[in-house]
Design a protein around this ligand. Sequence first.
Ligand code: BGC
Length: 277
Amino acid sequence: MSAILGIDIGGSGIKGAPVDTTTGKLLEDRHRIPTPEGAHPEAVKDVVAELARHFGVDGPIGVTFPGIVQHGRTLSAANVDKAWIGLDADALFTQATGQAVHLINDADAAGLAEARFGAGAGVNGTVLVLTFGTGIGSALIHNGVLVPNTELGHLWLRDKEAEGWASDRARERDDLNWKQWSKRVSTYLQHLELLFSPDLFIIGGGVSKKADKWQEHIKLERSTLVPAKLLNEAGIIGAAMMAQEGGAEPEKKGESAKKPTASRTAPKPDGKGAKKK
Ligand code: BGC
């Protein structure tokens, strides 16, 4: 068993729990601390350090972020404080916790977890995970290997950015019923179907709990669609999976703050230490 702390930074709460990365199960109850007003990096850093202290971790920590994460830097901030843009958040959290912290995009984390342990378990080929909430997050996974930072919520469609038109926030803002919202989502998914030909779409985020309201209204040409299974644990699990493998990407040049880790490759479906189903 490999127990790794996963932390999910969300708009209203920052949640963490130790995860058995060989089974995808949480080993203790989640601990949640409200996201500090404005989600400024310094304030979020203190919460991440508090969660690490709460669980008394000694080992790598995986942390999600709701924006682009490249080589440990946060490069976009669609729904959080702009101070994150260009920040070496990975180093900031590593220093604050005294442990090697590995950052990953929130949808990428949820996608990895769903593809391995959730609605995509046992599915080969291309899995496209989309999370509908304040924004739209995306994770593209082929045979268990993630292509990070696809950011398909920012795709332009009919002169509109998909996220501003078809997210759950857009549904609430425009006072749409589930059928009206599903029509927008179908237009968006059909376009993604044309671009990626996924074998499976997994729909995550808050709406995954209410699939009975929208699933029957989604029309696709040739792909299968299922709601996510891991609900609000997916981000925590995916973050821990990534940290267990030593992070998503090759070492940054001159990186020195981190403790050495075994390998820095993306997790594989049948990776070392992972139990086969
Ligand atoms: C961000 C993505 C994120 C998604 C869900 C989007 O606005 O650009 O990086 O995954 O929201 O939080």
